[in-house]
Design a binder for this molecule. Structure first.
Ligand code: G3P
Length: 217
């Protein structure tokens, strides 16, 4: 079970690392566009915060041969890169070649069980279903994760599920219960995961009561 952060923002990532429970970062072209610096610098800066961090970086090419070249370059940017490839036929053609070269891939923009099956058969190490975007259009993101998990378990597929596009803290636990291997969350959701009013009031009471304990002379 792993939690990733869905951001390229160094402050958010530093805070996440200090918080102790994240082991990776996911990016996409939209996320990178918010940082106002070149992709390569974004990735190197993230890796400098913690070289062990898994970093997912997405190709922007659309043709397989271009995606493959781009993926080879991206995979050399830091220690622990997984290349995100879009869920298209050209994307899966490149996944097949990249898996033969031991370049790890995550097929992204997955919205159906059949897409997940196709990506896994092509050799994807990970798939990233966008749970929140399905919920946004009144579909059922959580149910998709349950279906994919069921198929991967029955078929003994090695592909791991990274649930992405997370909208609420509650959905994180539900996604893990439903079989997600990884959930990638924005910084605000990660912070919300730590919080519970009973933890706060419990800690307040412990502090107050500790003041009543006679201290050694
Ligand atoms: O990791 C994918 C994620 O960034 C998409 O999230 O909020 O744009 O649907 P969102």
């Amino acid at each position: 079970m792993q939690i990733f952060l869905d951001t390229a923002n160094l402050q958010e990532i530093s805070k996440g690392i200090e918080g102790g429970c994240i082991s990776g970062v996911t990016t996409n072209p939209t996320i990178i566009s918010k940082e106002n610096k070149p992709l390569q610098k974004c990735i190197r800066d993230i890796s400098a915060l913690d070289p062990d961090l898994t970093i997912l970086v997405e190709v922007v090419s659309l043709e397989a041969k271009d995606m493959i070249n781009e993926a080879r370059q991206l995979s050399r940017l830091a220690n622990n890169i997984i290349v995100k490839i879009p869920m298209t036929s050209q994307g899966l053609a490149s996944v097949r070649i990249l898996s033969q070269e031991n370049i790890r891939t995550a097929v992204t923009l997955v919205f159906s069980c059949n897409q997940a099956i196709a990506a896994s058969c092509a050799g994807a190490d990970y798939i990233a279903p966008f749970v929140g975007r399905l919920d946004d259009i009144n579909a059922d993101g959580l149910n998709l994760i349950k279906s994919i998990k069921k198929v991967f378990t029955i078929q003994n597929a090695g592909t791991k599920i990274i649930s992405a596009s997370i909208r609420t803290p509650q959905s994180v636990a539900e996604l893990f219960i439903s079989g997600s291997d990884i959930v990638t969350v924005p910084g605000n959701i990660l912070q919300a995961m730590y919080k519970h009013p009973l933890t706060d009031s419990g800690l307040q009471k412990f502090s107050e009561d500790w003041c009543k304990v006679p201290k050694e002379l």
